[in-house]
Design a protein around this ligand. Structure first.
Ligand code: UDP
Length: 465
């Protein structure tokens, strides 16, 4: 029976609290949300995670693990309105979109989850005691107030990024520069002098579009109306920035790094196969401690074939063992043809492993043979490297990744920049921003024995502890 607004079910009065988790449907949001579900459930909370059918299929292992270990985690599936939002059928996750031009439609589809969620809630005998909703789903604040459920929002980015973005947005310092590359100082930060350029800002912050501005305003309102903010970070990593962001968001709880709760049990994609896992692990076992460079650009980056070729040649020229993950958006017939013509894999047999699609990143980072991580600086990847004590080569591409680069290189001092100066349109034809010499040089710098290389490695180890 579906109940209307007038007869709202009661909140659960049992001793075991019930949390409803509502993630944004993208890998880098779903992964920390499922980790959070496990963390809550292992502390005696009953957890319901909202998923869509195809996303649930990716998290089968988590679902099975939860059952096997008697964790009280259930998954509530809501249909994803691809067709209604103008998306191709089956596009239930950001990483399945054919191109970035579908981003807006994807957000619209996520907004349409409101109605089925309300319908499901109104059918419950007892309501959850708390909603944890993704910052990207501001409509959850209406759901929470309609059903009178306390709500907290979850940020999958650092307090450093949150504070920098907030201070830039409030001061509008970026609107006073005369060019994309002209540096400005981020105002009112607690300690470090952080310089930034407009070219490095997330697209949403520099777009003049009304739609973007409205979306950001909605996120802000939904954050302010929440009872607190959960952040996937930890105090010791960025204490001053946590304190700084507390002044903006009032109540901030640092609950990270969430990946620490699941070093070896993650499954999050169909392309994650036992074969790629054992190939990587065998390779790591056969190499010396701290010798392998791991190269992975998260779940959403798109890199041109010309750029991938330069990367491949740079890895080869570095003379260091490597594991290179070619993300599923970048697997193409053109790249395969080049790899084959060059005999790249055969030529590097024993010295490098090429993984197509998805690799067990956390396991690789935690392996003692891994000595460096060439990364796009997604926040999950950054935290995973920090937790594993692995220094990084930073190659940010879009969104808040340039803030993460600043944090890694300047604040934590555990990274070497590859030298990218700003966000580029991934669809721009065959652009090469990073030459093979840049890749080689950055790897040599990062892997240096003694000197700054050693200092960086030691700092990464200290932060891990
Ligand atoms: N990831 C993984 N294997 C891969 C690629 C990515 O396990 O081959 C995981 C990675 O460990 C991280 C997440 O996917 O937890 C990517 O999140 P991040 O915030 O770093 O980047 P995004 O995907 O948002 O660009």
């Amino acid at each position: 029976m579906s109940r209307g607004h007038s007869s709202i079910p009661m909140a659960s009065q049992t001793h075991q609290p019930h949390f409803l988790l509502v993630p944004f449907m993208s890998q880098s949001h779903l992964i920390p949300f499922t980790e959070m579900a496990k963390l809550l459930a292992s502390n005696g909370v009953t957890v319901t995670v909202v998923l869509t059918p195809l996303n649930a299929a990716r998290f089968n292992t988590v679902i099975d693990q939860a059952k096997a270990s008697n964790l009280q985690i259930q998954f509530q599936l809501l249909p994803f309105p691809c067709i209604e939002a103008g998306l191709p059928e089956g596009c239930e996750n950001m990483d399945t979109l054919p191109s970035p031009k579908y981003h807006g439609m994807f957000f619209s589809a996520c907004n349409m989850l409101k109605e089925p969620l309300e319908k499901w809630l109104s059918q419950l005998e007892t309501l959850p005691n708390c909603i944890v909703s993704d910052i990207c789903l501001p409509w959850t604040s209406n759901v929470a107030s309609k059903f009178k459920i306390p709500r907290v929002v979850f940020h999958g980015i650092s307090c450093f990024t949150l504070l920098c973005s907030h201070n830039i947005g409030i001061s509008k310092v970026h609107e006073r520069v005369t060019s994309m590359s002209m540096p400005f100082v981020v105002p009112d930060l607690p300690e470090d002098t952080i310089e930034f350029t407009k070219a490095r800002l997330p697209e949403a912050m520099k777009q003049d579009s009304k739609a973007w501005k409205e979306a950001i305003d909605q996120f802000k309102l939904a954050e302010l109306s929440a009872q607190g903010v959960l952040v996937n970070t930890f105090e010791e990593l960025e204490k001053l920035y946590v304190r700084g962001y507390e002044k903006v968001a009032r109540t901030v709880w640092c609950i990270g790094p969430l990946s620490l709760h699941d070093k070896f049990g993650r499954d999050s994609d169909k392309t994650f196969t036992d074969e790629s896992e054992s190939e990587c692990l065998k390779f790591l076992i056969s190499n010396k401690p701290c010798s392998v460079i791991f190269v992975c650009f998260g779940s959403m980056c798109r890199i041109t074939v010309s750029q991938l070729k330069e990367l491949a040649l740079g890895l080869e020229a570095s003379n260091h063992p490597f594991i290179w993950v070619i993300g599923k958006n970048d697997c193409s017939a053109k790249l395969e043809k080049w790899l084959e013509e060059e005999n790249f894999e055969e030529r590097n047999k024993g010295r490098g492993v090429v993984v197509r699609g998805w690799a067990p990143q956390v396991q690789i980072l935690c392996h003692p043979s891994t000595g460096g991580f060439l990364s796009h600086c997604g926040w999950n990847s950054t935290l995973e490297a920090v937790s594993a004590g692995v220094p990084m080569i930073t190659w940010p591409m879009f969104a808040e990744q340039f803030f993460n680069e600043k944090f890694i290189v300047q604040v934590l001092k555990i990274g070497v920049r590859i030298g990218v100066e700003g966000v580029v349109d991934p669809m721009e034809d065959e652009k090469v921003l990073v030459k093979k010499e840049d890749v080689k040089k950055a790897i040599e710098q990062l892997m240096e024995r003694g000197g700054e290389g050693e200092q960086r490695r030691n700092r990464a180890r200290e932060i891990k502890e």
